[in-house]
Design a protein around this ligand. Structure first.
Ligand code: SF4
Length: 367
């Protein structure tokens, strides 16, 4: 007899007329027979419901700079306790975290940690926030939400790094618990999403509009530019115009460099000039805060005042090199406000990346 699948009860599912159970967490709407796992592999049917098999199990914890998520307008310079679990609900051929997102063997998930232990570890290590990253919190939303609640009780903010591929109802619940997000807008054609990710662009755009118009979540957008796939000036211009029209000029947009990985090892890395070209196009479309990433480009990673052009926050990689902004985000030269979440001084974490251990329960939590 098959072993029962272990997990905690999952939310967002219903029983179909034919006896299968449909998972309603993401637009894949997997229809499952008993014992079957969804495409993400971590949600599975158990009896007449769905269980989450990765609750409390992490692929490891690391303290990163918040700029690495990337978030440039959210508590700049501060350390963020980052973790992921396993699995993913997209199948991107260019995945840059495939060892986690494609994990099928849960022996990768060595760090057992309760939500309280994670929040305590963030406090004790001086982190200002906890990030659900490395893989998408959409597929482990019950765990992410419990961690977020434990964090809020201790004054720690939470950050979702997500592809935004989530159904409308769980979207409301997940983002109600988040303070900030970086949403991957992977390309700007349905062809790209269909052929390289087996997903749909429209659902991601819905999430972006939802975040902008119906929540107070601070969010930024990242597009990984892949040579020959989503890097044409026309596509970048179409994306930029959509962002301007639907989200306005103040949502920061990051264009980052692809490195050959997973099933796209024969595609070359993104030239720096492509990223600079994309930044020019988006800036000309009217977006005020456009950044390049994964290359050395201090000019393309600096935040400028939209009114007087002064450098508000200078950056060199993940290091902050200049700070001319007040606690409420005003330019030191002209007083114009820059949108985001700022403090009187930047954090001093710099570019460090420090792996840490989080003990299973809060009672013995320390890193
Ligand atoms: S979250 Fe997983 S199981 Fe649920 S619909 Fe999406 S891929 Fe399928």
């Amino acid at each position: 007899m098959d072993q029962p699948i272990e997990g905690v009860p999952g939310r967002y599912w219903h029983v179909l007329d034919d006896g299968r159970v449909q998972c309603d967490v993401c637009p894949r709407y997997c229809k499952l027979h008993d014992g079957q796992r969804g495409l993400c592999f971590v949600r599975a049917r158990q009896g007449d419901g769905i269980v989450l098999t990765t609750y409390g199990r992490s692929s490891g914890f690391c303290i990163d700079p918040i700029e690495k998520k990337p978030l440039d307008h959210f508590l700049p310079g501060t350390p963020v306790l980052s973790f992921g679990t396993a699995g993913c609900n997209l199948t991107c051929k260019f995945c840059q975290n495939w060892d986690i997102s494609k994990a099928r063997e849960f022996d990768r998930l060595q760090d057992l940690a309760s939500p309280e232990a994670i929040a305590e570890a963030a406090v004790e290590s001086g982190c200002r926030s906890v990030a659900f990253t490395y893989n998408d919190p959409v597929i482990f939303l019950e765990y992410a939400i419990d961690v977020a609640q434990a964090c809020r009780e201790r004054g720690i903010r939470t950050v979702a790094v997500s592809a935004g591929y989530i159904a409308p109802e769980p979207r409301i619940e997940l983002f109600r618990h988040m303070d900030a997000a970086n949403i991957d807008l992977k390309g700007f054609t349905e062809r790209f999403y269909k052929t390289l990710c087996t997903g749909q662009l429209a659902s991601v755009l819905e999430t972006l509009e939802y975040l902008k118009h119906e929540t107070g979540v601070w969010f930024e957008i990242t597009t990984l530019l892949i040579p020959g796939e989503n890097d044409s000036p026309q596509e970048i211009e179409a994306e930029s115009r959509w962002v301007m029209d639907r989200l306005g000029p103040d949502v920061p947009l990051h264009f980052t460099a692809f490195h050959p990985d997973w099933k796209m090892r024969d595609t070359p890395p993104t030239p720096a000039e492509t990223l600079r070209m994309a930044r020019r196009i988006a800036t000309e479309a009217g977006i005020r805060y456009v950044y390049t990433g994964n290359i050395h480009d201090p000019a393309g990673q600096t935040t400028y005042c939209r009114n007087c052009g002064a450098a508000l926050i200078g950056r060199d990689g993940y290091d902050i090199t200049a700070w001319n902004v007040s606690a409420d985000g005003r330019c030191a030269a002209c007083g114009t406000r820059c949108p985001g979440v700022f403090e009187a001084a930047p954090g001093r974490w710099g570019a460090r990346r420090r792996p840490v251990m989080v003990r299973p329960s809060a009672a013995e939590s320390i890193i």
